[in-house]
Design a protein around this ligand. Structure first.
Ligand code: AMP
Length: 453
C-alpha cells in the first residue's frame, strides 16, 4: 500500500516524498487506519519494522485534522531511553518538515542548562512532547508540565519501560492525563505485565501484531564457540579478514565495553565506546560521529540494542551472548535494516552457553557455527550440557560476507545536521516554507503554484 492511499495530511505526504518513503511497511499499513479512527491501539512490533512512522504519521494528521488547543500539550510520547526519545524526535522533525508543529524532547541529562531549555520550551507550548519517564516526572512534580488536556498518549517500547522499572512512573503520569484520550502502546513482546498495563490504561484497544522475535531474514548469523580469553583474538581475526566499517560490537557490561574499547583502540582501530557512564553530551557526540561514519566500530552495551536507528550497519558482533534471548534479536536487528543484508556474529564463551541455548530456542533454529581462527580451540564439553564436539581450527567462516550497500537517505538532512534536542518546532520549520519546496509530482495545480513562488 502507498502512503497516498491513506488519509494522511498533505504536507506530511510531501515530507514522505522527500524522504523517499513510498510504500507502507506492514505495521504502518495496519496501524495507521486505527489511529486515524481515534482507536486505542496495541502494536506488537520490534524496531526496524517502521513502528515510529506507524504512530507519528497518523498522530500528525490528527493534530491537523481535528481541533486541538494551541496552548496545550496535545500529545505525549514516552520512550524508555534518551537515545530512543531523541530518535523519535528526529523522525518527527523529518515528517513534520512542512508542518507547523511544535515538538519538545524532554529526556534529561544532568546539566541545569538542559533542564532550563526544556522548561522554557514546555512553558511556551508544545503540540508533542517526547519524554523519558523519569524526566517527565521531574517536570510534573515541579509544575513545569500540564498534561490535563493531553488527548493522545503513546508508550513506545512499553515492555522495555516495564523491564527498566518504570511501571509505577507510567501509572503516575497517566493519572495526570484526562480519562478521555487515545492511548497507543508499542511493544516488541507481549508478556502478561504488558497485557495488565493495557487493561489498566487502555479502552477497547485494537491489536496489530507483526512477527515478533524473529530476526530479519537477510541477517546472516553465525556463532563462534570459543574460550572466553580468545574473544578479542576472534574479533581481530574478523577485522583482518575484512576492514571493519559500520560495525557494532555489543557487550553485556559497561566494564567489558570499556576494556574492549581500549584494546581495539590500542590495535589502531577507529573505535568508540557507548555506555551509560558517559555524559549525555558524550553519548550524543559518539552516536553522531558513528552515524556520520567518522567512527568504524562502536563498542556498546545494550543501550544501543533497541530502538536506535543507525543505518548501514554491515556487521553486529556479540562479544557475549545476551542473557535475555529477546535482546539477541534486538542487537542483531541493528544490521540488515529496511530489507538490506547484514551479518551477525556471536562469540559464545564458556559462560554464554546457556544464553545461546535460550536464543536458539527462541529462534527455533540452530545458528550456524563458524570455524575458529587457526591456533584456537573449542573448549571441552562441560556439565552444562554443552555439546560442541572436538576442537576446530582453521580459517574463519567465509560464507557470511556481504558487500556494503548504500542506503537511500530516509532521514531528513535537517534532522542529521541540526539535531536539536529541545526546541519549539516553529523556530526550525518556518524558514523552510519559503524555500524551494520539493513537491510530489502527483500534487494538484494549487500545490504546484505554491512551489513556483
Ligand atoms: P523504526 O522501526 O521506526 O525504527 O524504523 C526503521 C527504519 O525504517 C528507519 O530508518 C525508518 O526511517 C525506515 N522506514 C520506516 N518506514 C519506512 C517506509 N515506509 N519506507 C522506507 N523506510 C522506512
Amino acid at each position: 500500500m502507498n502512503f497516498e492511499d491513506l488519509e494522511l495530511n498533505e504536507d506530511l505526504l510531501d515530507a514522505l516524498y522527500d524522504m523517499r518513503f513510498e510504500k507502507c511497511t506492514p505495521i504502518q499499513e495496519q496501524c495507521i487506519p486505527y489511529i486515524l479512527a481515534n482507536r486505542d491501539l496495541i502494536g506488537i512490533a520490534q524496531t526496524g519494522t517502521g513502528k515510529t512512522a506507524a504512530y507519528l504519521l497518523p498522530l500528525l494528521t490528527l493534530l491537523r485534522r481535528d481541533p486541538h488547543p494551541s496552548d496545550a500539550v496535545n500529545c505525549l510520547i514516552m520512550a524508555p531511553t534518551r537515545e530512543l526519545a531523541r530518535q523519535i524526535d528526529q523522525a518527527l522533525q523529518g515528517f513534520s518538515y512542512y508542518m507547523d508543529i511544535n515538538g519538545v524532547a524532554v529526556y534529561g541529562g544532568n546539566d541545569g542548562i538542559r533542564y532550563e531549555q526544556e522548561r522554557k520550551s514546555l512553558t511556551s507550548g508544545a503540540d508533542i512532547v517526547i519524554a523519558t519517564p523519569g524526566r517527565l516526572i521531574t517536570h510534573l512534580n515541579l509544575g513545569t508540565l500540564d498534561l490535563s488536556r493531553t488527548t493522545h498518549l503513546i508508550l513506545d517500547e512499553a515492555d522495555r519501560m516495564l523491564d527498566m522499572g518504570f511501571c509505577e512512573d507510567i501509572l503516575k503520569i497517566v493519572e495526570h492525563l484526562p480519562e478521555k484520550r487515545q492511548t497507543i502502546l508499542f511493544s516488541a513482546t507481549m508478556p502478561e505485565k504488558i497485557a495488565e498495563l493495557a487493561r489498566n490504561i487502555m479502552h477497547d484497544p485494537a491489536e496489530v501484531r507483526i512477527a515478533v522475535s524473529k530476526p530479519a531474514e537477510k541477517i546472516s548469523q553465525s556463532v563462534y564457540i570459543c574460550k572466553e580469553g580468545d574473544k578479542t583474538g576472534i574479533i581481530r581475526h574478523i577485522f583482518t579478514e575484512r576492514k571493519p566499517e559500520r560495525v557494532i560490537v555489543f557487550a553485556s557490561s559497561k566494564q567489558k565495553v570499556k576494556d574492549l574499547h581500549i584494546r581495539l583502540m590500542k590495535d589502531g582501530y577507529n573505535v568508540a565506546a557507548m555506555h551509560s557512564d558517559l555524559e549525555q553530551k558524550q553519548r550524543d557526540d559518539v552516536m553522531l560521529a558513528f552515524k556520520a561514519q567518522r567512527i568504524d566500530v562502536l563498542v556498546a552495551t545494550d543501550i544501543v540494542a533497541r530502538g536506535i536507528d543507525i543505518d548501514d550497519i554491515t556487521l553486529v558482533i556479540n562479544y557475549d551472548a545476551p542473557r535475555d534471548a529477546e535482546d539477541y534479536v534486538h542487537r542483531i536487528g541493528r544490521t540488515a535494516r529496511a530489507g538490506r543484508e547484514g551479518r551477525a556474529v556471536t562469540l559464545v564463551g564458556e559462560r554464554d552457553r546457556m544464553a545461546l541455548s535460550a536464543i536458539e530456542k527462541l529462534l527455533n533454529e540452530k545458528i550456524p557455527r563458524a570455524d575458529l581462527p587457526e591456533g584456537m580451540e573449542t573448549p571441552a564439553r562441560t556439565k552444562s550440557g554443552f555439546s560442541e564436539k572436538s576442537a576446530k581450527t582453521g580459517q574463519g567462516n567465509r560464507k557470511n560476507k556481504h558487500p556494503r550497500k548504500n542506503k537511500p537517505q530516509v532521514t531528513s538532512e535537517k534532522s542529521e545536521k541540526d539535531a536539536p534536542t529541545s526546541r519549539p518546532r516553529s523556530e526550525t520549520s518556518s524558514p523552510k516554507k519559503s524555500n524551494n519546496r520539493h513537491r510530489r509530482k502527483t500534487r494538484g495545480q494549487k500545490k504546484q503554484a505554491e512551489t513556483s513562488d
